[in-house]
Write a protein that binds this ligand. Structure first.
Ligand code: NDP
Length: 261
């Protein structure tokens, strides 16, 4: 690939769930690091348009797209919209996800809650990744290509009161390995970032409980994770600096998942 081709367009990233929380921090950081960034959410709010305006003020390009991850039929159109806008697609960040609708006894978990969380976090993410990977393979490789899955410490740490979430993230951990193997010969690196407890809307309802548990030593680094902690890791992975790594898991949890005596 010539340097002229590289200069012809900036790398293009698609971030799911990018208008708030960890996703918004990833959108911001990728834009700062030179990506044109398209991002999805279920229903764009003012904050999504403000984020695009902020990126454009800084000389970048941002695009918000309403797209429900659960709606598999919508994925092909989403991918085409991003390619048409960006002129390519080099990076997918699978960030969108939901927590368990309610916490409770595993023995009382309802099939509706199981389906909702699995359909969003695992089924939706798997099939969007499949659609993006297929499209990437049809496009010329201009920049480093990568897929980054934002999973959770819940891949390996069991919380029986929100089992559907843990199972969805454990499945995402395996999906990372499967896509890493399938795409290794294509030069597409596939990575997993496993956040611990991060300060966002998702944890707002249980913030007091976590504050107490931090004081009891739950997190060795003794603090909340910030959305920027995750975004900087994702951007480094997306930038192509880890050229011989794939299927790699980065723990971003202040030491939470380290087994202790
Ligand atoms: P938030 O609840 O703050 O944001 C979630 C984002 O995902 C929102 O933008 C939301 O869209 C989007 N989303 C949810 N469902 C869908 C859907 N069906 N289709 C499209 N977009 C959807 O969550 P966080 O920022 O806290 O979490 C981001 C990711 O990080 C999740 O995958 C989560 O599991 C993971 N994580 C979070 C941790 C934490 O402590 N916060 C810890 C470990 C992992 P909309 O804006 O329209 O609502």
């Amino acid at each position: 690939m010539s340097d002229n081709n590289k200069l012809a367009r900036r790398p293009v990233a698609l971030v799911t769930g990018g208008q708030r929380g960890i996703g918004a921090a990833i959108v911001r950081r990728l834009a700062q690091d030179g990506f044109d960034v398209a991002f999805t959410c279920r229903t764009p709010e003012d904050i999504a348009h403000e984020l695009c305006a902020e990126i454009e003020m800084q000389g970048g390009r941002g695009l918000v797209l309403a797209s429900d991850l659960q709606d598999l039929d919508a994925h092909a159109e989403l991918v085409e919209n991003v390619v048409a806008w960006g002129g390519g697609l080099d990076c997918l960040i699978n960030n969108a996800g939901i927590g368990s609708p309610s916490r409770g006894d595993l023995l009382d978990m309802q099939p509706s809650a199981f389906n909702l969380v699995i359909d969003t976090n695992l089924r939706g993410t798997f099939f969007l990744t499949q659609a993006v990977a297929r499209r990437m393979l049809q496009l010329p490789s201009v920049h480093h290509r990568s897929i980054v899955n934002v999973s959770s410490v819940s891949v390996e740490m069991a919380s029986p009161e929100r089992g559907e979430y843990c199972m969805s993230k454990a499945g995402l951990g395996m999906a990372t390995k499967l896509f890493a193997l399938r795409l290794a010969t294509e030069g597409i690196g596939v990575f997993e970032v496993r956040p611990g407890v991060i300060k966002t809307d998702m944890t707002a309802g249980v913030a007091e409980k976590y504050e107490r548990r931090f004081q009891e030593g739950l997190v060795p680094m003794q603090r909340w994770g910030e959305t920027s902690d995750i975004a900087s890791i994702v951007s480094a992975l997306a930038s192509g600096q880890f050229g011989f790594a794939t299927g790699t898991v980065i723990h971003a949890d202040g030491g939470l998942a380290i087994p202790r005596l």
